[in-house]
Write a protein that binds this ligand. Structure first.
Ligand code: MN
Length: 406
């Protein structure tokens, strides 16, 4: 048996126990749990084949009773020193994979500070919030197939954009590539078509939370978004952290929402608090540029889920819905560079140079911690991405493809 040592200061203590999917060497990916710097193979630990899978989906589909049993048993076995040697890997010795197979992906817009800032930037002179914003959690359907795990390189997207004062659009690499620091919620238990999921059933369906970076090409977005919303400016890539923090680990982080005025319609009212006291940190090339507070979000994830299904839309195991950019009231709490630099007009200093949007080779790391039930803090780990130069793009005419570098 292996002794798992978890220092008291570790963000991966027994009150966290996030799930992931790892691979070591040429072996097939399998489900694991993290304790300290140990990655523990769960099929080996629990002798349950639901974990001998390349994604968390079979376990997530099994539902809250099975989740609670597994979490309790994992904690007991680690505390008792009853973890088989062959189940344990050092986190530095394994590759972390996309932890779940993404079914549908929806992105909300739940921060009042972010929505107000974007409104001022995109529609100067108009009311910052749209008339519906305080009545429903606004969202759009993203592209599930381009959700990638932390560490995956992000190729600068090409697309149509029209600069200020330009008479016609042109096609080429985005010059205003941005981040959006968000939290994502992962559905485990599906729901049938035609049956809305009330706010009170949130924990019966949602398995856990991940960090999300919703990469956004602002020039492509600004030209395409009216009237049907975000499309190619966002669908090129969305990064998620490899560790799924179970809802059960977030009990100590639950807080009331900051307040909703006007009161939401009855189907959006919460029966218990699902505001979350989670602190994010955004690092740009190793320098901290922002600390977005999740506790400042206007809409809760339980309200997002209730709204998502209010028309009878069904849920599938692996559905991912993200919060939208997390921005607090002050400048140092803004979760996107378009807000942080006010549309590029107010650069920030990163490693001594004035910066606005992302350049090739830039690296962004988003991390987060929350209060744990053990009195310390639990961690989400990180979602990391590095910008790669634009690839070739198809050109009209007989000459076929032309490379961006030409
Ligand atoms: Mn977003």
């Amino acid at each position: 048996m292996a002794e798992i040592s978890v220092p008291e200061s570790s963000p991966f203590g027994l009150d966290n126990l996030p799930y992931g999917v790892y691979s070591a060497g040429a072996a097939a990916p399998r489900v694991c749990v993290r304790a300290g710097d140990a990655v523990i193979d769960l099929a080996e630990l629990l002798g349950d084949d639901v974990f001998a899978a390349p994604s968390l989906n079979p376990f997530m589909a099994a539902g809250p009773r099975r989740w609670a049993w597994a979490r309790g048993r994992i904690g007991e076995l680690i505390a008792a020193g009853e973890v088989p040697e062959e189940a344990v890997w050092d986190v530095a010795a394994v590759t972390m994979r996309l932890p779940f197979e993404v079914a549908d992906y929806v992105d909300f817009y739940a921060s009042e500070h972010h929505a107000s800032n974007l409104g001022r930037l995109l529609r100067p002179g108009a009311e910052p919030l749209m008339p519906n914003w305080k009545h429903l959690p606004a969202g759009y359907h993203g592209r599930a197939g381009t959700v990638v795990v932390s560490g995956t390189g992000i190729t600068r997207p090409c697309g149509q954009r029209r600069g200020a004062g330009e008479p016609a659009p042109s096609f080429g690499p985005s010059a205003r590539l941005d981040i959006e620091a968000e939290l994502g919620f992962v559905v485990g238990v599906p729901s049938p078509l035609g049956a809305p999921v009330p706010t009170g059933a949130f924990a019966e369906h949602v398995f856990g939370a991940v960090l999300v970076n919703d990469w956004s090409a602002r020039d492509i977005q600004a030209w395409e978004y009216a009237p049907l919303g975000p499309h190619l400016g966002k669908s090129f890539a969305t990064s998620v952290s490899p560790w799924v923090v179970p809802l059960a680990a977030l009990e100590a982080a639950r807080v009331p929402l900051p307040g909703q005025d006007p009161p939401p319609l009855p189907y959006l009212r919460e029966t218990s608090d699902w505001g979350l006291d989670i602190d994010l940190v955004v690092e740009w090339n190793g320098e901290v540029v922002s600390r977005p507070p999740y506790a400042s979000m206007y809409w809760s994830p339980a309200q997002m889920l209730a709204h998502l299904t209010a028309n009878g839309a069904s849920l599938r195991t692996g559905d991912l819905f993200a919060s939208g950019t997390i921005s607090g009231p002050s400048r140092g709490e803004r979760g996107a560079f378009i807000e942080l630099t006010w549309g590029g007009a107010e650069p920030v200093t990163v490693k001594g140079s004035a910066r606005t949007f992302l350049e090739d080779g830039d690296e962004v790391v988003i991390s987060a911690t929350a209060p744990g039930s053990g009195g310390g803090r639990i961690g989400f780990g990180e979602v990391r991405g590095t910008i790669r130069p634009a690839a070739g793009w198809p050109m009209a005419g007989a000459r076929g493809r032309k490379m961006a570098s030409e």
